[in-house]
Design a protein around this ligand. Structure first.
Ligand code: 6R9
Length: 570
């Protein structure tokens, strides 16, 4: 395929022009086609003026910085692709990473893409159960992880995963394989519409979902990195999202490299003081982070900030949860910078609504649709989701509140939930992609986040499916039923809380509750409930589903609202 075919036919509106500009500044594969890794590293490595530029600066556990140039990253990731060849990996095969943000992760992620395989990143703080479910769901055949994570999380479930053919362990094993592999392995030709990324996400009901993205998504990563984050080649950029989630890949790996900037990766856990030090010592210019982190900075007070030289910092942007107006005001006063909110989802693949870096922030508002995105507010039905009559939705104009919908057609829109056409179809109606988020739009076209229309929990920026947590708790021999909700928390936004009904004959006790909390932590890891209440029963709908909404209103001491679908309103 010739690279000029990357300019897909548009509908003739200005909506396409926004993406066309980004498409034009991508190289395309030498023989035709498009590959994210080629755009991210190889085309830079081929440019003598860029080859020696630092692509990646990793801060190790001791805080020492290790740098990889674009040239080095290109060769090492090609070696990784050739290791995958030796393991019999074919284009389209899913290869998962269970790694923190270190050099191995970047090398593996880019190598997987170069091999034409599909990168399926996993959150390294997941317990065995979420890892098992996702490896199975994605039909993953090769996993890359550390020896420590392997022992803790993968080994105990290995026998349950017959499809997992190989596990590559970082350290001497991977280094040995890489040293013996071909640094000049050509990239497997991929087309813009070929599968590239598989991001796991959660819904209200059922198992997690695996959102499939294609190589063409890089068009949106590049366009938004420039138009929203204002990223330039001379930037030192730090995205603090974990690479097990969509932000950590799209804006932690792909966006900075496609732009040709220097990405900073910190392998150590969150700590306010250290993060200030990273910002100051690495002379970070653009920082993409989450409201939870900013709230923790704010809780530490302004004094701490004054001890660091943050003069290099030009832009702070935030994603993943509602950005409190108070945080924006604090950052302006103490850090001297506005925080630019950005809204998007695993499914959208890239930033959709935002206040771009060069625009004035309105505290409490997200911003407006980015160039190339058409957004709408849809009238809601009684369940909070967009009302669909005979296949038609109602678009509300002007200032309005309702479900946020986006007009499909942008390059990073997911191509479906892997193996689940029904749940994919349920995301679309009447020519719109339905986000499941309720927003308010004011007269100027600025959007504010109101709430999610479903029961999914956002804790510290991470999406947690209540069903997954409930199902896990119900495998405990003492548990008859569980209902899981998010309860408000000043730092994390929400914390996961479980209401548990015990099996007949089992007496509630403090020990049992502690045992259940420990079980949750072991099986689920970072998405485990932080608190558990043992209760005699749970409210159900007539169809037998646990009414999480009622658990929530009761927890918050709010009126119960409409209970017409309730079976035992007591
Ligand atoms: C990128 C990412 C998506 C959900 C989304 C919404 C919430 C994201 C937000 C925000 C308020 C923002 N969300 N950005 N809420 N303000 N700026 O986070 O993807 O993990 O799929 O979560 O996160 O509820 O629907 P994902």
């Amino acid at each position: 395929m010739a690279s000029d075919t990357l300019v897909v036919e548009g509908t003739g509106s200005d909506v396409d022009d926004a993406w066309t500009a980004a498409r034009r500044s991508l190289a395309g594969l030498p023989g035709g086609g498009l590959n994210i890794a080629h755009e991210a590293v190889d085309r830079h490595a081929a440019d003598p003026g860029v080859r020696g530029r630092t692509a990646l600066r990793v801060l190790d556990r001791d805080g020492d910085a290790h740098e990889l140039t674009y040239g080095e990253l290109a060769r090492r990731s090609s070696r990784f692709a050739s290791v995958l060849d030796r393991l019999g990996v074919w284009p389209g095969d899913r290869v998962a990473t269970l790694l923190g943000p270190d050099a191995d992760l970047y090398v593996a992620a880019l190598g997987i893409l170069k091999a034409g395989a599909v990168l399926a990143p996993l959150f390294s703080a997941f317990g065995r159960e979420p890892v098992r479910t996702r490896l199975e769901l994605g039909g993953v055949s090769v996993l890359v992880t550390t020896p420590e994570l392997y022992r803790r999380t993968v080994q105990p479930i290995r026998d349950d995963l017959p499809g997992l053919r190989h596990v590559l362990l970082t350290g001497p094993m991977l280094d040995g394989l890489l040293d013996a592999a071909d640094p000049d392995r050509p990239i497997t030709p991929t087309a813009p519409g070929d599968a590239a990324l598989l991001h796991f996400t959660s819904g209200t009901t059922g198992a997690p979902k695996a959102a499939l993205h294609v190589h063409e998504a890089v068009v949106a990563h590049l366009a938004t990195a420039r138009s929203v984050l204002g990223l330039r080649t001379d930037d030192v950029y730090w995205c603090t999202a974990d690479p097990g989630w969509v932000t950590g890949v799209s804006y932690g790996i792909v966006a900075p490299l496609v732009v040709g900037a220097t990405a900073v990766a910190d392998t150590r856990p969150f700590d306010v003081r250290r993060w200030y030090r990273v910002l100051a010592e690495q002379r970070v210019t653009v920082w993409y982070t989450a409201p939870t982190a900013l709230r923790m900075f704010m809780a530490r007070g302004g004094q701490e900030a004054r001890r660091y030289d943050l003069s290099a910092l030009r832009t702070i942007a935030s994603v993943g949860e509602p950005l409190n107006g108070a945080v924006v005001e604090w950052a302006l006063e103490v850090l001297g910078l506005q925080v630019h909110d950005t809204w998007w989802q695993t499914e959208t693949g890239a930033i959709m609504l935002a206040t771009p870096a060069d625009e004035e922030v309105r505290p409490g508002a997200i911003g407006r649709p980015v160039p190339g995105i058409e957004a709408a507010v849809l009238a809601q039905g009684p369940d909070g989701r967009a009302r669909i009559d005979d296949g038609h939705v109602t678009v509300v104009g002007g200032s309005a509140q309702g479900e946020l919908a986006l007009r499909p057609g942008w390059p990073s829109l997911f191509r479906g939930y892997f193996g689940d056409p029904d749940r994919t179809a349920a995301c679309f109606a009447d020519g719109w992609y339905l986000t499941g988020d309720v927003v308010r739009r004011d007269r100027d076209g600025w959007y504010r986040f109101v709430a999610r229309a479903d029961d999914v929990i956002k804790t510290a920026g991470h999406l947690v499916g209540p069903f997954e947590v409930e199902s896990c708790l119900m495998r405990h021999p003492a548990v008859a039923e569980a209902g899981v909700i998010g309860v408000p928390d000043p730092a994390a936004g929400a914390l996961v809380k479980a209401f548990v009904v015990l099996r007949a004959g089992i007496e509630p006790s403090r020990e049992l509750r502690a045992d259940l909390l420990g079980y949750g932590r072991r099986e689920l890891g970072a998405v485990a409930p932080r608190s558990i209440a043992l209760v005699p029963d749970l409210p159900h709908t007539r169809s037998g589903k646990v009414m999480r909404r009622l658990l929530r209103t009761r927890e918050l001491g709010l009126p119960d609202g409409d209970l017409s679908t309730l079976e035992n309103p007591s």
